[in-house]
Design a protein around this ligand. Structure first.
Ligand code: URA
Length: 233
């Protein structure tokens, strides 16, 4: 198979962008710089910037802008609507990567790539997720400081988080909150721990990857660049 096709199918980047990587000398086959139009065979070791490329043709990757009112399970025992019902027909057997609460909106990945799902959700990898949070009332610097340095949930401190107030009026405050853990209802409970009630919660970023213009309830395939980004996070 042509090296640019091999790289693109493995989620490195688009074929054209892969040609540029090859031309720039960033791709090696069995330790030697690759040339444009070169063929690779099973068993060849292909690297980009020294990192081995994992061959991945069989997997699927989708992004959903989850609306509230859906559970993140394949089947709900209370018969509520599930995110699976929002997937288009013919996508195969996908599963959601991690969870968002019933009342939470925003970025939800789906794949059949168990390795990627495991890496993105394993706490030791500390993958950052950013949320838009709307709370009732205001928030003081002292409360923000407590949230950033860690509050106690179930007898264990949360990890450090980054928080920025993005808007405030007399009734509500909106914040961007970046955490790198995925404890149950973590963001809602962190705010509860400082006496604040979350009225709206939306995941807006995984690492540096955002939702873009994907509408609420819509689903799209990830681009080769996004797959490459996530597999190298
Ligand atoms: N934190 C929450 O409280 N809920 C979510 O769905 C995600 C993070």
């Amino acid at each position: 198979m042509r090296i640019n096709k091999y790289l693109a199918e493995s989620g490195v980047a688009s074929r054209r962008a892969c040609d540029k990587l090859i031309a720039d000398g960033r791709v090696k086959v069995n330790g030697k710089p690759a040339s444009l139009g070169e063929d690779v065979a099973d068993g060849d070791e292909v690297t980009v910037d020294g990192k081995p490329v994992q061959r991945r043709t069989a997997h699927s990757y989708y992004l959903m802008n989850k609306p509230k009112g859906y559970v993140c399970t394949v089947k709900d025992d209370k018969d509520r609507k599930t995110v699976m019902q929002l997937l288009p027909a013919g996508v195969g057997r996908l599963f959601p990567v991690g969870r968002l609460d019933y009342d939470t909106e925003g970025m939800l990945l789906f794949t059949d790539d168990g390795d990627l799902a495991f890496r993105l959700t394993h706490p030791k990898n500390e993958i950052e997720k950013t949320y838009l949070v709307k709370i009732e009332g205001g928030i003081t610097d002292v409360e923000l400081g407590r949230l950033c340095s860690g509050v106690e949930l179930d007898g264990k401190l949360t990890g450090k988080s980054r928080i920025r107030v993005v808007a405030a009026d007399k009734r509500f405050t909106k914040l961007h909150v970046t955490i790198h853990e995925g404890r149950n209802r973590q963001v809602r409970r962190m705010f509860e721990a400082v006496g604040k009630h979350v009225v709206f919660l939306k995941r807006i970023k995984i690492g540096d990857m955002g939702l873009g213009s994907l509408e609420r309830g819509a689903v799209r395939k990830l681009t080769a660049e996004e797959i490459f980004y996530l597999t190298n996070l």
